[in-house]
Write a protein that binds this ligand. Structure first.
Ligand code: C5P
Length: 222
């Protein structure tokens, strides 16, 4: 099957502090977006990648992806959901893939084994997504704890059959924007397969995440 990667990088990344959105900042000499795109393009099953960027991020983008083989970027929207939608429509307007891996640019490290698991986990499903058990205790904002074994944390890349996820996006009628594409697929009535995620897929969100990545793993005990 033809597999395309769709990487959304149109966010402002304000929680990470600083003026440059997190996906354009560097870790060890490469931008986070470069690393994210390279990890997917480097997998033998992935044929091509399309990046979605924000209006006004063109310069940052060109610098960030230098050396990678990528088509011109697509302009995203106000929400992650809109950015994904714009990317899916652009893929459909060129050459629709069979499968799309939808990925956050803020996750620089995708181990190849995760992509293997996604593609084999897809099987007869419309979507397959990486999930990890919640390791911290979980509580409601009023302080009352909840049973964390009932929850998993969801990561990207998320694999979908292209025509189905495109149709699910087009028919979405939720009041609030969805935070991921699995939610959009489920709202369209599709069952999604959970595959084992990986701690390496962690999304860089806060300034500390960059400090940690730059320093490498912290030895334990420190
Ligand atoms: O803000 P958050 O960490 O949830 O963003 C996840 C991913 O979605 C990031 O890679 C970000 O650049 C992207 N995004 C986007 N368009 C938006 C908001 C976020 O492409 N409007």
């Amino acid at each position: 099957p033809k597999v395309a990667a769709l990487i959304v990088a149109a966010g402002k990344g304000e929680r990470a502090g600083g003026v440059i959105p997190k996906q354009y900042r560097e870790i060890g000499g490469n931008s986070v977006l470069f690393l994210a795109a390279k990890a997917l393009l480097g997998h033998p099953a992935v044929d091509r990648a399309q990046v979605v960027i924000g209006e006004g991020q063109r310069e940052a983008y060109e610098t960030a992806v230098m050396g990678l083989s990528l088509p011109a970027p697509i302009i995203g929207g106000e929400t992650r959901q809109q950015s994904v939608r714009n990317g899916l429509e652009a893929l459909a307007a060129t050459e629709s893939p069979d499968i799309v891996l939808i990925h956050d640019a803020a996750r620089p490290d995708t181990p190849p084994a995760v992509i293997d698991r996604l593609l084999s986990g897809l099987g007869a499903h419309i979507g397959a997504i990486p999930a990890l058990p919640v390791t911290d205790s979980l509580a409601r904002t009023d302080g009352s704890t909840v049973d964390r074994s009932a929850f998993v944390s969801i990561q990207t890349p998320q694999a979908f059959r292209f025509e189905a996820i495109l149709a699910a996006h087009r028919s979405w009628s939720g009041a609030e924007p969805a935070t991921d594409d699995a939610a959009i697929a489920r709202a369209a009535g599709h069952e999604i397969a959970l595959i084992e995620g990986d701690a390496a897929l962690r999304k860089l969100t806060f300034a500390e995440d960059f400090a940690m990545s730059a320093a490498g793993p912290t030895p334990f005990p420190p």
